[in-house]
Design a protein around this ligand. Sequence first.
Ligand SMILES: CC(C)(COP(=O)(O)OP(=O)(O)OC[C@H]1O[C@@H](n2cnc3c(N)ncnc32)[C@H](O)[C@@H]1O)[C@@H](O)C(=O)NCCC(=O)NCCS
Ligand SMILES: Nc1ncnc2c1ncn2[C@@H]1O[C@H](COP(=O)(O)OP(=O)(O)OP(=O)(O)O)[C@@H](O)[C@H]1O
Length: 204
Amino acid sequence: MTIKIGITGGIGSGKSVVSRLLEAMGVPVYISDIESKRLTASDTLIRRELIALLGEEVYAGGELNKSLLASYIFSNPEHIRTVNGIIHPRVRDDFRQWVECHAIYPIVGMESAILIEAGFAGEVDTVVMVYAPEEVRIARAMQRDAAPRELVERRVRSQMSDEEKRTKANFVIVNDGETPLIPQVLEVITSLSKNIAYLCPPKK
Ligand SMILES: CC(C)(COP(=O)(O)OP(=O)(O)OC[C@H]1O[C@@H](n2cnc3c(N)ncnc32)[C@H](O)[C@@H]1O)[C@@H](O)C(=O)NCCC(=O)NCCS
Ligand SMILES: Nc1ncnc2c1ncn2[C@@H]1O[C@H](COP(=O)(O)OP(=O)(O)OP(=O)(O)O)[C@@H](O)[C@H]1O
């Protein structure tokens, strides 16, 4: 039976870095930001509902107008709930199909900043929170996205607080740039897969 790990944490916490480490250790990870964008671009139902909400401009030239959608959802909590209600059910179904296609793996992951808020925590067996101090996260996201502080802070505010997220996590990986990261990721894998020889399959 495949163990499903949820990887969550606020913007800039290092979920993608931890997900890449897990991939290197043989754990496939479903990256929700990437897959939700694929679905938003290709799923006819999502396209129809977003056009009804925001007008044809949201898919101007056939491409998703990310900045229009971002300014709509990050400006108003009600807007974010509406858009999430359109996109997340499809992400959930897509993740379930993805898990079925990865049934041979003992462990798989789902990476999502809003794993808990979106209800995706119900799709996984255990929740790993990647933690970094908010100031570190904001600086990282600003540098990575060449984004102004105000934009990053607006996104921070649209996500559950680290304190609340911690209460819902089974594991916390501290990614503050000082605490070694790889041993913590290995510890999670080891504790989840006691009977699975990881990194060095049993000798024939
Ligand atoms: C609004 C969009 C177009 C912005 O895309 P962009 O490339 O500019 O930003 P990116 O996707 O990297 O998101 C930046 C940060 O905001 C977070 N975020 C994205 N969507 C949401 C949301 N609905 N609620 C809270 N945080 C969100 C991301 O996890 C990340 O931490 C995109 O994030 C989107 O389509 N969001 C709605 C779908 C969704 O909820 N995706 C999250 C994974 S399911
Ligand atoms: N320990 C670290 N030391 C230095 N830089 C880091 C560290 N962890 C992550 N970063 C950098 O910080 C930025 C954010 O990391 P990452 O993209 O993994 O965060 P995330 O949680 O996936 O963010 P988002 O929710 O926005 O997708 C990236 O540019 C990444 O290279």
